[in-house]
Write a protein that binds this ligand. Structure first.
Ligand code: HSE
Length: 339
């Protein structure tokens, strides 16, 4: 059925929810001109209606009942920005069972329940997108699953967490203390609600698990990835690294050699001459090596409301455009990503 209005139900209105809302408001006319579609966030599942936000949103949009989104026949797409594995996963599955297309930025939920979510999407013939779950604003999943599909991949290597990269960069550049910088990262909206996932490397392990699924077609649960965070890194470690011409970065790697896949997340000495040494603050960078394309590097803001909102809205627009074309179920994501 053709229509030119696509209604969105948003679950979660914290930093990323606000960033997504702002991205749409800021570029609404441009998006309409490019796509011919009016996108409207009509309902928001959120308990904290009175939280201080930089934007004004009519209180009528807020609800505390997910069924107000799932059972609303006018809502086409549900965007999950609650974070955490549960109840986010169950809510996404319910939304899919109600025939809603689903977009999420939630790496913890996608990494933990990748197969379940994909299978539910396939069963319900809806589109499921999660670009914002890895690399914030960097369109890495899109690149891997579209333009790079002709490759067999050999290696991924990268900086995948804005909070820890911000902390390490500020400690390195200004000699600041870990705790003080963490506070600023939280204020800037980079950190998770509970920053333990960031600083202990769990957030990166979630993202690496998703990348491994797409790049190597193997499911490696985040808990199976050897993971070490940055909580034990001191100013002295950083000074010692600098004396030997290195920076300390939290690095995620996965590499295929002789048919074996090795992977890890750990603080690593990076020579100052290496391109990753120049990736600072909330920026992320991801190297990918494919057997045809050879080496590629993706770089951009890996955290923050607007970069992440950009990725979320990219998925929403892709789905909205498919709905208008009457082709809103495609095998690429629901069924066709490498297993
Ligand atoms: N807390 C995450 C980070 C948010 O700092 O990278 C983006 O995934």
């Amino acid at each position: 059925m053709n229509k030119e209005l696509i209604n969105i139900g948003l679950m979660g209105f914290g930093n990323i929810g606000t960033g997504t809302y702002t991205t749409l408001e800021m570029n609404r006319d441009l998006i309409r001109t490019k796509t011919g579609i009016d996108f409207e966030i009509t309902k928001i599942l959120e308990k904290d209606v009175d939280r201080k936000r930089d934007i004004v949103v009519s209180k009528d949009k807020f609800t505390q009942d997910p069924d107000d989104l799932f059972l609303d026949p006018d809502i086409d797409i549900v965007v999950e920005l609650l974070g955490g594995i549960q109840p986010a996963t169950d809510l996404m599955l319910q939304a899919m069972d109600c025939g809603k297309h689903v977009v999420t930025a939630n790496k913890a939920a996608v990494a933990a329940n990748y197969d379940i979510l994909r299978e539910a999407a396939e069963k319900n013939k809806i589109m499921f997108r999660y670009e914002a779950s890895v690399g914030g604003g960097i369109p890495i999943l899109n690149a891997l699953t579209t333009a790079l599909r002709a490759n067999s991949f050999i290696e991924i290597l990268g900086i995948l967490n804005g909070t820890t990269n911000y902390i390490l960069s500020q400690m390195t550049d200004f000699g600041l203390e870990y705790e003080d910088v963490l506070k600023v990262a939280q204020e800037k909206g980079f950190a998770e609600a509970d920053p333990t996932a960031d600083v202990e490397g769990i957030d990166v392990a979630n993202k690496l698990s998703i990348l491994i699924s797409l790049v190597f077609g193997i499911r490696v649960p985040p808990a199976s990835i050897p993971t070490e965070g940055i909580t034990k890194i001191t100013k002295d470690d950083i000074k010692r690294a600098a004396k030997t011409g290195n920076k300390i970065k939290l690095i995620a790697t996965a590499k295929k050699e002789n048919g074996n896949l090795t992977y890890s997340v750990r603080p690593t000495l990076i020579p100052l001459s290496h391109p990753l040494a120049g990736v600072n603050n909330e920026f992320n960078a991801i190297f990918v090596k494919g057997n045809a394309v050879d080496e590629l590097m993706f770089y951009g803001k890996g955290a923050g409301p607007l970069p992440t909102g950009s990725a979320v809205m990219g998925d929403v627009i892709e789905i909205g455009t498919a709905i208008i074309k009457g082709a809103a179920y495609d095998v690429k994501v629901a069924g066709g990503y490498q297993k």
